[in-house]
Ligand binder design. Structure first.
Ligand SMILES: [Zn+2]
Length: 591
């Protein structure tokens, strides 16, 4: 056994098998967003605008059937900005919002509102009960329809959430994919067009004919492969930006292209020929993938705003993560890399690997293993969007006249078919990981892969990496998958060597120390010291960020550590004594 494997300590998880539900097609009311500056209507207070007076002005709503109620926005800095949900006879008009912002001198208001033909709305019974919030009027297929809104989740995974809209005759009119938490206010939502996950998979047609790159041009065929999605962006200073706690776009690598930044939430409905399209597409897919990682318990991994350049690498047909600068750039050569979700997620895999073990990626086989993990994460993600020819990776960026792409079902065997080329050799390992996903579940293999990343040390060979996977499984699941994992690795010629199924109880104890409460139930951990030596203790996240430190005086003592301040994820507890360091792995489960 290698010493570094001892740092794993045991915990049990209850996991659920099965794949996540595939993303649903969205259909949204095709509102055009307009703006108008109004003189302040008389009689309204200085800060709070009277929305019904404004609605009368902008919609010429003489019978006064429209009203609007304030919703989740706060005044921002010195400007006063208010968000209202627009209603007809007190029934919400789906996705119709009025934004009112007062000018600096307080004499006029800038109003942002959807273009609505209120004369076309059928007269329906007035709803007096505001709590009938599930009812709404939607503009679908050219007419207004009264619908009942229903929230649906793919329990128990809860990786997907969408809204269903049922009309009064009991027909499902359309579904709306909510890839971000939909219980938050809508004031930072934008609408964007994306390839989900790429044009070939979306249209379920082979690359070729009209379905080809043709110098980054748009066409009716390629436009038909676009999906409209709602994306939570960042809104401040009147401007929407594609930014989240995990991702931040900037221009640090040539060529300099137009950025996806706009004052209108509808300016992101673009086609592939527009330079901002790739930024929208990259942000959407990374956000979806990131959200999935959070649901499997890795919210703390690489949780910093990663700088991304949607058009970098000096136009090469290449994308790269730079660990030295800690930033990610996608290239535009041939098919723009930012148009294929597989390329997008593959590169982010390198970010996760570096965040787990900085500069661990040296050695030919270790590099091949990392490429394999990135390929697996990419292929698993795109397969969750569309199962069309899922075994072919990079169906839009590759498998075409530019390059051959890669496969997730390679028949190659270790070490006979190794050629010393990391991407080609990686296919052996990525095919093993994909076989695991098919045999177990996506969620479980992601937990295995991400849980193993911190232990993939430099110059690791494939058999030793396989051994590390078995160790992770032994602490995640008490080793119940060991026979299956060994069988899958063996079928690829990767023989992990020693197979040790660990007793999870033993894993919570390391010479002179014990950790208690490392489960999904306890509200706190208890660190127990049996030895005499004083020690300093630190807890850090997987990025090495220090979260807590304290020292012990030695002898028998128990230190309680509350889990309250920790997000779901894996943390490392290090105990430093005179000449030695002991490490426990702490786990906070998603509740
Ligand atoms: Zn790579």
């Amino acid at each position: 056994m290698k010493g570094w494997l001892y740092v794993l300590i045991a915990f049990y998880i209850l996991y659920q098998g099965g794949q996540s539900v595939m993303a649903r097609n969205a259909s949204l009311p095709p509102y055009t967003i307009l703006t108008k500056t109004l003189a302040k209507p008389p009689g309204s207070s200085k800060i709070l605008p009277d929305p019904s007076l404004i609605l009368q002005q902008i919609y010429q709503d003489s019978p006064k059937q429209l009203n609007a109620i304030p919703t989740g926005s706060k005044p921002i800095s010195s400007t006063h900005r208010q968000l209202f949900q627009i209603r007809f006879r007190n029934i919400p008009l789906h996705n119709a919002y009025l934004v009112v912002q007062s000018s600096m001198d307080g004499r006029s208001w800038k109003c942002t509102f959807p273009q609505l033909d209120v004369t076309n709305i059928p007269v329906t019974e007035e709803k007096n009960d505001i709590s009938v919030s599930e009812s709404c009027l939607v503009f679908d297929e050219g007419q207004w329809v009264l619908c009942l809104k229903k929230a649906v989740f793919n329990s128990p995974d809860n990786t997907e959430a969408w809204l269903e809209f049922w009309d009064e005759s009991g027909n499902l009119r359309f579904q709306e994919d909510w890839m971000l938490r939909f219980d938050e206010g809508p004031d930072s939502l934008i609408r964007g067009c994306v390839f989900r996950p790429d044009p070939v998979s979306r249209l379920r047609l082979p690359y070729g004919g009209l379905l080809r790159d043709r110098h980054d041009s748009a066409s009716s065929v390629l436009n038909s492969a676009l999906d409209t999605v709602l994306i939570r962006a960042r809104y401040d200073d009147d401007t929407f930006r594609l930014e989240s706690p995990y991702f931040r776009f900037s221009e640090f690598s040539t060529p300099v292209r137009k950025r996806a930044v706009s004052v209108s939430p509808d300016s992101f409905l673009l086609n592939r020929s527009q330079p901002e399209f790739e930024e929208v597409n990259i942000f959407y897919h990374l956000t979806c993938f990131r959200r999935y990682l959070d649901t499997v318990g890795f919210a703390s991994l690489a949780n910093y705003p990663l700088p991304i350049d949607a058009h970098g690498m000096d136009g090469a047909d290449q994308s790269a993560f730079s660990p030295l600068q800690n930033r990610l750039a996608y290239g535009d050569g041939n098919v723009d890399d930012g148009e294929d979700a597989a390329v997008i997620v593959h590169e982010y895999g390198h970010v996760l690997s570096h965040a787990s073990l900085g500069f661990g990626n040296s050695g030919d086989e270790r590099r091949a293993i990392e490429e394999a993990i990135c390929d697996y994460l990419a292929g698993s993600y795109t397969r969750s969007c569309s199962d069309y020819e899922w075994q072919n990776l990079f169906k839009w960026d590759g498998h075409n006249e530019f390059w051959a792409g890669r496969t997730l079902t390679s028949p190659k065997i270790y070490p006979d078919n190794m050629v010393g080329q990391m991407h080609k050799d990686g296919e052996i390992f990525s095919s093993a990981l994909m076989t695991m996903e098919l045999a177990m579940s996506r969620k479980l293999v992601h937990k295995l892969v991400l849980g193993t990343l911190p232990f993939l040390i430099p110059d690791l060979s494939m058999p030793l990496a396989a051994q590390a996977f078995l160790e992770t499984d032994s602490v995640l699941s008490g080793g119940i998958h060991t026979p299956l994992l060994v069988q899958i690795f063996n079928s690829k010629g990767i023989h992990p060597g020693q197979v040790i199924v660990r007793n999870p109880v033993v894993q919570n104890t390391i010479r002179g120390w014990e950790i208690r409460g490392n489960d999904g139930v306890s509200k706190e951990w208890e660190l127990v010291q049996y030895g005499e030596k004083p020690a300093s203790v630190t807890i850090s996240d997987q990025n090495g960020k220090l979260l807590k430190s304290f020292s012990t005086t030695g002898s028998e003592l128990t230190v309680p550590i509350s889990k309250q301040a920790f997000l779901p994820g894996i943390y490392l507890l290090r105990i430093r004594m005179e000449n030695e360091i002991r490490t426990f792995k702490l786990v906070v489960f998603p509740s």
